[in-house]
Write a protein that binds this ligand. Structure first.
Ligand code: PFF
Length: 454
């Protein structure tokens, strides 16, 4: 099954930064802090971490197994393992989800570009939430500028992806990811040393479980999937570029730890500052675009801090959205036999078109709704809360019940090169076969209201 001409990651560090780069993104910096704010703080974090370890880790390992074993894109991989079967739906859902997430993700990516530019413009950083809300809503609902920013953002992504894995994705992740960690640590220290930051810390670390609802548990599940980039073939695709020598269990664990650490660091950078300036943490999606600038306005060197923050957001977003694009591009290249350049150009054009519609759905096209949601919200909600959990569920069922146990073992322990640990293997198999599928099914059905458990 090896394909000597196929592109792939060139080093272990390269694999780790690329996969962590996919995981760490707007999900950590933009979504996680506001979900924590909206869902009662520490209690949400406890559920989130539990879900990430118990449910998402088995899915990530399963995706790596599928990808590396077949060395194929998400659809091609399933075709190789289970030709002409219903399991192919895993590949199809993956490519569709990657496409849909890319559309709204690129819109937010465009916003970060705009806010980098804005950081130094006079009159932007004011200590007035009304004015900042207006700046945000005027910008996001206007027809042209956010769409143009989104297209510029997408073009940067396409440029990286068209260069391939080793010379594109890996090369940029190696520079951008370490820089990202340094920047977020500096920002967290700044936030934690503000007078009054203590209240934010206790909000983040003292759980109040009475604040949890079925909706917030589903939100934690969706967020963990989204943040760890699982349930949609992204790890299948990246896994297909991982060398046969690498230890898949270690890569999965390291990614999960890096992503969760980064989410907590993002919480530490944002929530204590929110409390220190007496602002409500439950601001929702506007948290980083409205609340944070208000905080920056009250800090010395606010412009510089604002600039640094939005650069972090941009970098984190790019290393994630290239992995989304790669799912679609790899499919076009391998299944439809296109050159990488043409595949990237087509992907750019189609996502660009739907991205423009997503952007317009916040302004000019806001009347165009389905199930009461505009296109942006619909894509965001359905992918995180339905498609990722369903995709994840099918992936663990596939690896747990369809692939032979010996093959799973062979891939996890590199054909015996890694010393076999029976207890560890048994636990991983229990997670993949039973724990993850049962729990995901219950949370999913409960969250969408089909059963009533809690
Ligand atoms: N994990 C990314 C984030 O947290 O922003 C988003 C994402 C990337 C989701 C890739 C899914 C994916 F396949």
């Amino acid at each position: 099954m090896t394909n000597s001409k196929r592109d792939g990651f060139g080093s272990r560090f390269g694999v780790l930064v690329a996969v962590a780069g996919s995981a760490i993104g707007l999900g950590n910096l933009w979504r996680f802090p506001y979900l924590v704010g909206n869902n009662g703080g520490a209690a949400f974090i406890v559920v989130y971490i539990t879900v990430a370890i118990v449910l998402c880790l088995p899915i990530m390992i399963s995706e790596f197994i599928i990808g590396r074993r077949t060395q194929s894109n998400a659809i091609g991989a399933i075709k190789k393992l289970a030709p002409k079967s219903g399991w192919l739906s895993i590949g199809v859902i993956s490519v569709a989800t990657a496409f849909m997430i890319s559309c709204f993700y690129s819109v937010v990516g465009g916003w970060t570009l705009e806010y980098i530019v804005k950081s130094f413009s006079s009159g932007f950083l004011v200590n007035d939430s009304g004015a900042l809300t207006k700046t945000f809503s005027n910008f996001t609902t206007s027809p042209v500028r956010p769409a143009v920013m989104m297209l510029i953002y997408l073009a940067i992504n396409a440029f990286i992806v068209s260069a391939g894995i080793k010379n594109g994705i890996e090369k940029y992740a190696k520079i951008l990811m370490p820089a990202l960690f340094v920047l977020i640590i500096i920002l967290a220290i700044r936030s934690l040393t503000l007078p009054g930051a203590q209240a934010g810390l206790s909000f983040l670390f003292n759980p109040d479980f009475s604040k949890l609802t079925a909706g917030s548990v589903l939100a934690a599940l969706g967020q963990a999937f989204f943040s760890l980039s699982v349930g949609m073939g992204c790890i299948i695709t990246y896994g297909s570029y991982v060398d046969k020598k690498e230890n898949l269990m270690n890569i999965s664990l390291t990614t999960a730890i890096a992503d969760t650490t980064f989410a907590i660091l993002a919480g530490l950078a944002i929530i204590p500052a929110v409390f220190a300036f007496g602002i409500s943490p439950g601001e929702g999606p506007g948290l980083v675009f409205i609340t944070l600038p208000q905080i920056f306005a009250q800090m010395p060197f606010g412009h510089v801090i604002s600039f640094a923050f939005f650069v972090i957001l941009l970098v984190a977003a790019i290393t994630s959205s290239i992995s989304l694009l790669e799912v679609v591009v790899a499919y076009f290249v391998e299944e439809l036999k296109m050159s990488r350049r043409v595949a990237t150009l087509i992907t750019f054009s189609v996502i660009g078109l739907f991205g423009v519609l997503c952007s317009l759905s916040l302004g000019e096209l806001k009347e165009m709704t389905l199930f009461g949601k505009n296109m942006f919200d619909l894509f965001d909600y359905t992918t995180s809360n339905i498609m990722l959990p369903v995709g994840g569920l099918l992936i663990v069922l596939f690896v747990g019940w369809k692939i032979r146990r010996e093959d799973v073992r062979d891939e996890l322990f590199n054909g015996g090169v890694i010393p076999f640990k029976r207890t560890l293997f048994n636990w991983i198999m229990i997670g993949i076969k039973f724990l993850a599928p049962i729990a995901i099914a219950f949370i999913l059905l409960n969250g969408i209201g089909l059963i009533k458990l809690f």
